[in-house]
Design a binder for this molecule. Structure first.
Ligand code: HXC
Length: 526
């Protein structure tokens, strides 16, 4: 018998399905359930709004392109009994580019994290890595779900492990929009960039009650771990905002500057039509070595459209780290800031710049370093606080970076700080110097006082002699041509041509490749 001859009709013809089982009825039921899940608990949603916070879904609407969100595991129920188990997870697009997201829902058991909640997060993290897409976490949670005990802690561990495994492979952005207490705060700390909103977001390992019980100290939630604390004192928050709208808009802006993964070049844009010559630059930087000025003015003249996104604006402001574009390509800019602490390197500035340099290197973003540095901040505070160890991090980060690296020495570069700020000796590809600057072991006067101590002591008019010696030191030993003649500076440039020179340098280095011998990993001085 051939197949076509087999009677495949059912022996008994099915009767009509009951009305509640028609496809239309089933679909309506499904739609109604999905609608109710999305609406959430009215009272809890109203409370969330009263607290000045948006719901998880409202936040995702602000973050993602309209209509692009694809949700996973909406029907998942955990110990809360509520669908979603307190986290909305899935994927969407930002400016048409794929990202994976999860948003903790404080209206369900305070967004607390149990095993099911965590598994949903693990799933989208795994998908983000598998597809080479950034992950954005919106945190608003009371932490480990107390009722689930060690299973909740196990869930957190799975997030942390995945974050570490994904580090340097996909960009990770953590946005803190409510409480983020206890060990949960390690997740924003492990992310590449952390955003916080003033007043409504807090991060701390132990809350105000525990602090009071242990040390008697009385602090509010915000005094202990508010956005300004982490944005200006601890350095955990890379960006601080007044409200959720501007915060999520800036997350979109940051994503527009980052590649989706470490195998992709960063996004490139149509370069602006300008002649690149910037005569204003020379007047922005005073000739006197210690007169303050704002390095951000210089950055604005060097990058496309004067536009840049500063990371850690409120923390360690003596160094500026920013993403920008030059000739349409994204770059990471590191610049000493003479407006704050005279632009010295200290423990915080070294950590801030080191982490930024390592992010740029991991994600193929070329580095432009603008140098105007008097040295390291002296003092017992700094030495006891590990200035050597933290400075070594920045040194390590630059030495290791294999992306194109352009250094511009604007005014002065002294001592160890000169070496650390991407000097030729540690591997910058192109070193440019303005003709006005001083590159030396130390400032002219200090150097003369050491080297000519005996002559100065014996001189009839030591001040006059000092002036002569300082002028000679600046003109000869500390002059950029001294370095250029020895191959440590590639070109001495007219300040007005800085943007042209940086742009051409980056074009020249675009296809740079560097591979070291295989190793498990280096031992960065953490
Ligand atoms: C279970 C929790 C919860 C938690 C909050 N809820 N946190 N349920 N586990 N960790 C529930 C509350 O019982 C309440 O449920 C609802 O969420 C809203 O909480 P409220 O307290 O009413 O809200 P609010 O007054 O705004 O205060 C928010 C809060 C507070 C400051 C976060 O809830 C709080 O202190 N929670 C405990 C925080 C904490 O200690 N977490 C553990 C940290 S240790 P109902 O049913 O009443 O609506 C940790 C370890 C992680 O997380 C380790 C990883 C390595």
């Amino acid at each position: 018998m051939s197949i076509s001859e087999i009677d495949i009709r059912p022996a008994v013809r099915p009767t009509q399905p009951p009305p509640q089982h028609t496809m239309r009825a089933l679909r309506d039921r499904r739609d109604e359930l999905a609608r109710r899940i999305a609406l959430g608990d009215r009272v809890a949603v109203e409370r969330q709004h009263r607290l000045g916070k948006r719901t998880a879904r409202e936040r995702l609407e602000l973050l993602l392109d309209p209509g692009s969100f694809v949700e996973v595991d909406m029907y998942r129920r955990g110990t809360t009994g509520a669908h979603t188990d307190g986290v909305v997870a899935g994927s969407g697009t930002v400016d048409g580019r794929r990202v994976f997201v999860y948003a903790q829902d404080f209206t369900i058991s305070g967004g607390s994290l149990g095993a099911g909640h965590a598994e949903k997060i693990h799933k989208v993290m795994d998908m983000a890595v598998a597809t080479g897409s950034p992950i954005v976490a919106l945190n608003d949670s009371g932490g480990a779900r107390i009722q689930e005990g060690v299973m909740a802690l196990n869930g957190y561990g799975g997030i942390f492990r995945r974050q570490v495994e994904a580090s340097g492979i996909i960009p990770q952005i953590s946005v803190v929009l409510g409480p983020c207490a206890g060990g949960a705060a390690y997740s924003p700390a492990l992310a590449d960039f952390t955003f916080m909103v003033r007043e409504t977001a807090q991060m701390y390992l132990t809350g105000p009650d525990v602090v009071k019980a242990v040390s008697g100290e009385r602090v509010t939630h915000n005094q202990l771990g508010g956005a300004d604390v982490h944005g200006s004192m601890s350095g955990v928050a890379s960006f601080v905002h007044d409200d959720e709208e501007s915060c999520l808009a800036d997350v979109r802006y940051l994503l527009s500057l980052l590649p989706s993964n470490n195998l992709e070049p960063p996004p490139s844009y149509e370069p602006p039509e300008d002649d690149d010559v910037r005569p204003e630059l020379a007047s922005l930087v005073p000739v006197e070595p210690s007169r303050p000025y704002d390095i951000r003015g210089v950055i604005a003249e060097v990058v496309d459209d004067g536009e840049f996104l500063e990371v850690h604006e409120g923390w360690a402001a003596n160094v500026v780290c920013a993403f920008a574009r030059v000739g349409g390509g994204v770059v990471g800019v590191v610049g000493n800031q003479p407006l704050v602490l005279a632009g010295v390197l200290d423990t915080a500035a070294s950590q801030k710049a080191a982490r930024f340099v390592r992010f740029c290197d991991a994600f193929n973003i070329p580095l432009v370093t603008l140098v105007d540095v008097p040295g390291f901040l002296p003092g017992t505070d700094q030495e006891y606080g590990g200035a050597i160890r933290h400075g070594a991090k920045l040194l390590y980060a630059y030495c290791e970076a294999s992306v194109p690296r352009v250094q511009v020495i604007l005014r002065k570069a002294y001592g160890g700080a000169y070496i650390v700020m991407d000097s030729r000796s540690i591997g910058c590809d192109l070193s440019l110097a303005w003709p006005t600057n001083e590159i030396a072991v130390m400032g002219a006067e200090a150097a003369v006082n050491v080297v000519h101590r005996k002559e100065l002591a014996a001189a009839a008019d030591p001040d006059e002699l000092r002036q002569v010696l300082v002028a000679r030191y600046v003109d000869e030993l500390a002059h950029p041509y001294y370095a250029a003649e020895r191959g440590l500076v590639d070109d001495v440039i007219d300040p007005a041509q800085t943007r042209v020179a940086v742009r051409r340098g980056l074009e020249m280095l675009r296809d740079k490749r560097r591979r070291g011998p295989a190793r498990k990993h280096g031992n960065v001085p953490l």
